[in-house]
Design a protein around this ligand. Structure first.
Ligand SMILES: Nc1nc2c(ncn2[C@@H]2O[C@H](COP(=O)(O)OP(=O)(O)OP(=O)(O)O)[C@@H](O)[C@H]2O)c(=O)[nH]1
Ligand SMILES: [Mg+2]
Length: 556
């Protein structure tokens, strides 16, 4: 036993460009089946899977043998032709309909045919070996396994669809047709249109030729050829046969000898099967070139989705609230101390800004009051896939949409968890603010000292309340009052000025902090978008691209 050589390229009968060999086409088909699983129409994949299985089996079995099935309606003369070709009465014929219940096989050159006959499930008692000595044409037919099938409509045979099964796996099918019945026979309705594309591995035997005159036979052959062409068979091979006349099967034998000697029928049959699957697959192709669909999600769409999801969780609103709280809290540090004291009398300004609420807001973003959020997430995801899949076939479009939504229910929760980990640095005090604060307090101290000085001068210098100790006599000098007053005003003025300046610093710092937090939130939302939406979508887009590339390499 040897394995069939599939070659790297094969040339179609009609000439033209060389195609990839059967081996590479089967590999491409296997890739198509693998990539299309779960997306492509299941019966289509099932059909392709069957072809792959059959090809795998057949190519492992004898390439030295050619399996030829005689198929057709009951009484068309399959068994008679089988006996005529083999030159032996191996299969009973008769008027009882249907006559043949189980397939009979006749093998020219039995060596190595056993596993093939086992695979064909031919019963032992129906296997016959054609002894070479009996047949002078033995050399020409060596390697032939001729099968006499039951009638494909036979109720008895239908129990295991034997005829259907063997028509599906034979390397060459010979349709035996009765001139009186072929036009309305179920044969061409059920099978022939399916066999379009199988021209190279299908032969039509117009049997009972002995019943017709030469003219009638020629007319009948032309009529049958026309009918087959109308059914979609481009180049039908029609052979006239008579199973009961001595040389009536010579024409068929010549065709069989030619087929057997080429040792190509098995390959041609599988190629035709691949071809048919490919034709069926063509319905999967949308009008536009599927390879124009991008294999990845572009930067603009990624940013668009992240933006939309940030809006869905309210990132800008949180940032703004954060900025306000930060500014107010910071003001406590660097604001004008007098203003702070006044504020304190009126209560904690931060409380008015609901710092606690803000933290809750940041923590519980997608929960609580944001019940509309899953819908917003859904809308954002839908907008992404609508743009990407516009040129796709419907089944792939649905696949991409399914992939995009595969984590949709988990996204809101995951975003809540992520944002919960962001700690807004509301209490962060930059070192420069400590200096500002010391400066403010120095001014306060200076002001207080000046007030005390002024008071002392008024009490001791103006009102003459007593005598100051020697070292402090300058405090009673009325002449220093203008200077002390100037110091007081300067301390107040500098305090106001530095409060205004620090307010500006705070605004800038609050804005920076808002940016930092928003950036961090966007980064986290972006990472989630990437892993939960973009990655599954890109896997699907890559699968789509590979599927059509495999399909294209099947066709090219
Ligand atoms: N005149 C003539 N009679 C034929 C020819 N071929 C078959 N017959 C006859 O037609 C009848 C049916 O032939 P079979 O060979 O049993 O037909 P079959 O296709 O095997 O039928 P099933 O086994 O029932 O499917 C028999 O009586 C044959 O003698 C032919 O070429 N010419
Ligand atoms: Mg029969």
């Amino acid at each position: 036993m040897s394995t069939a050589t599939t070659g790297t390229t094969s040339t179609p009968a009609g000439g033209g460009r060389a195609r990839p060999g059967l081996g590479s086409r089967l590999a491409a088909l296997s890739r198509v089946v693998e990539l299309g699983a779960g997306t492509v129409d299941p019966p289509l994949l099932e059909e392709a899977g069957q072809v792959l299985l059959r090809a795998g089996d057949r190519l492992k079995l004898s390439s030295e043998h050619t399996v030829v099935a005689l198929a057709g309606g009951t009484g068309s003369g399959k068994s008679s032709l089988f006996n005529s070709v083999s030159g032996l009465e191996l299969s009973p014929t008769g008027v009882r309909r249907p006559t043949t219940a189980r397939t009979h096989a006749c093998v020219w050159g039995l060596e190595g045919a056993g596993p093939l006959l086992d695979w064909l499930q031919i019963q032992w008692r129906h296997r016959f070996a054609r002894a070479s000595a009996l047949d002078k044409d033995d050399g020409a037919l060596h390697g032939l396994i001729l099968l006499d099938l039951p009638d494909h409509d036979s109720i008895r045979a239908l129990t295991d669809h034997e005829a259907d099964r063997l028509i599906g796996v034979a390397d060459l099918v010979v349709w035996v047709l009765d001139p009186q019945k072929y036009a309305d026979a179920s044969t061409h309705r059920r099978y022939i249109s399916e066999l379009s594309g199988h021209d190279a591995v299908t032969v039509y035997a117009l049997n009972h030729a002995d019943r017709l005159t030469q003219e009638e036979l020629a007319e009948c052959v032309a009529d049958l050829t026309g009918l087959l062409k109308r059914e979609g068979i481009t180049d039908p091979r029609v052979v006239a046969t008579s199973a009961i006349t001595p040389r009536g099967s010579e024409g068929l034998k010549a065709v069989l000898a030619d087929t057997v000697s080429r040792r190509r029928a098995a390959i041609l049959r599988l190629e035709a099967d691949v071809e048919r699957v490919m034709r069926d697959m063509d319905v999967m192709l949308p009008e536009a070139d599927p390879l124009t669909v991008p294999p990845t999600v572009d930067g603009a769409r990624r940013v668009g989705l992240t933006d939309a999801l940030c809006d869905a969780v309210g990132v800008p609103a949180i940032g703004e609230a954060m900025e306000n709280v930060y500014a107010t809290r910071s003001q406590l540090w660097v604001g004008w101390p007098y203003a702070r004291w006044a504020n304190r009398l009126g209560g904690d300004p931060v409380k008015h800004l609901r710092l606690g609420d803000l933290r809750d807001e940041i923590r519980g973003v997608p929960g609580g009051d944001v019940s509309a959020q899953p819908a917003e997430v859904d809308n954002a995801v839908q907008a992404l896939t609508d743009g990407l899949t516009a040129d796709m076939h419907e089944s792939w479009r649905n696949g991409v949409k399914r992939a995009a939504r595969s984590n949709a229910t988990r996204i809101p929760g995951a975003m809540a968890e992520e944002l919960d980990q962001i700690a807004p640095r509301l209490d962060r005090v930059p070192p420069s603010w400590h200096l500002l604060r010391i400066w403010q307090w120095l001014l306060v101290l200076l002001f207080v000292v000046a007030v005390a000085w002024c008071g002392t001068t008024l009490v001791y210098g103006v009102m003459g309340a007593g005598t100051l100790p020697d070292g402090l006599s300058a405090l009673g000098d009325v002449g220093s009052l203008p200077w002390v007053g100037l110091i007081m005003i300067s301390a107040l003025g500098l305090g106001i000025l530095s409060a205004v300046a620090s307010r500006n610093f705070v605004v800038i710092a609050a804005g920076n902090e808002r940016e930092r937090v928003e950036r961090e939130m966007r980064r986290r939302v972006g990472a989630l978008t990437e892993s939960m939406v973009i990655a599954p979508v890109e896997r699907e887009l890559a699968r789509h691209r590979e599927f059509y590339e495999a399909l294209r390499s099947l066709r090219d």
